[in-house]
Design a protein around this ligand. Structure first.
Ligand code: HEC
Ligand code: HEC
Length: 284
């Protein structure tokens, strides 16, 4: 009888010790588990991204390197996603891009909402099954986790370069008088203009935006009082200011325009690029 009580007591104490120990380790185990879960979610998001998003946003999300299904490099058609204005937020979790888009909620919700619902009137498709797209809720979440994972100290400590664009095309020409048309031709491809507008010499037909082969003449007829140079200049900086009528697939949609609205930001590092593209398109 005595022995049984002693054994019982010891067993009880041992059980309590083991359970207590397990309980102490629980937070660490949970953290490890959630890291592993997050890792798997990002990995799965990476696969989804490569298969569905890279053709428009670029292989590394920089809006620079895009390929068609045959492996040929093409112009990107989507905004960069792996860049500071979208990902580098202040402590209230709002980034420059969200302020520009008047978004009041968090960064995660901003990205998730665009991925889920697409952006009407632009090339960005709907992805969530909830809105008739091809992806499940968990697939959307994994893709968003993959995009958010691009935020890094390196990315967010890069200085943001800005440039005050002159109000008129003439103002730009005064500042950069030597537009180089040959370089403009190369830039027209590397900025991705040709991905939508084709190449004005006709070697690649326009697909999304108007054919620009005659814009040096037509450009002067679009907006009262604008020269062709002024019109093209404004079209690049602010595609929504005026929506052209005829696109290759029918009437152009917008506003918002299907043309990306971030060329002013992208050319801020090198405003001479704008002068070169104008020289190319206007044949000067
Ligand atoms: C057919 C081209 C195309 C595909 C494919 C595409 N996107 Fe987009 N995406 C765009 C365009 C164009 C925009 C910019 C729309 C605009 O002008 O506001 C955009 C915008 C976005 C934005 C908002 C960026 C911002 O700063 O406002 C996110 C996030 C995004 N896409 C994620 C994705 C993800 C994730 C996928 C894959 C599941 C994807 N996109 C596939 C064309 C595409
Ligand atoms: C994602 C596709 C896309 C990209 C990339 C793009 N555009 Fe456009 N662009 C359009 C569409 C669509 C329109 C017509 C709607 C409008 O007027 O905004 C347009 C309109 C224009 C117009 C006015 C055309 C007219 O007939 O009135 C000019 C000029 C122009 N784009 C120049 C450029 C240049 C230069 C680049 C590269 C720096 C560029 N675009 C990049 C889609 C694009």
């Amino acid at each position: 009888m005595q022995v049984k009580v002693v054994i019982g007591t010891i067993t009880f104490m041992l059980t309590m010790m083991i359970m207590g120990f397990a309980a102490l380790r629980e937070p660490a185990r949970l953290e490890k588990f959630s890291h592993a879960f997050e890792g798997r979610s990002i990995e799965s998001g990476a696969r989804i991204y490569a298969g569905n998003c890279a053709t428009c946003h670029g292989v590394s999300g920089k809006g620079e390197e895009c390929y068609d299904t045959g492996g040929n490099q093409i112009g990107c058609r989507g905004l960069p996603l792996n860049y500071a204005p979208l990902l580098c937020g202040d402590n209230s979790d709002r980034t420059a891009r969200m302020n520009a888009m008047n978004w009041a909620s968090t960064k995660d919700a901003f990205i998730e909402s665009v991925v889920a619902a697409g952006r009407a009137g632009t090339a960005m498709p709907v992805w969530s099954a909830q809105f008739g797209g091809p992806m499940r809720e968990d697939e959307i979440k994994n893709t968003v986790a993959f995009i958010l994972n691009w935020e890094s100290d390196d990315l967010c400590s890069e200085p943001v370069v800005t440039f005050d664009w002159p109000a008129t095309a003439q103002g730009l020409v005064d500042e950069f008088p030597d537009g180089d048309a040959a370089n403009g031709e190369a830039l027209f491809v590397s900025y991705g203009c040709s991905g939508c507008h084709g190449v004005p010499d006709g070697s690649i037909p326009a697909a999304v935006g108007p054919d620009l082969s005659n814009i040096a003449v037509d450009g002067a007829t679009r907006v009262d009082g604008y020269s062709a140079a002024m019109y093209v200049y404004e079209s690049i900086l602010d595609p929504n200011a005026f929506i052209a009528e005829e696109c290759p697939t029918g009437p152009c949609l917008g506003p918002p325009s299907a043309m990306l609205a971030n060329f002013g930001e992208r050319m801020a590092e090198n405003p001479q690029d704008m002068a070169d593209i104008l020289a190319y398109l206007l044949g000067e």
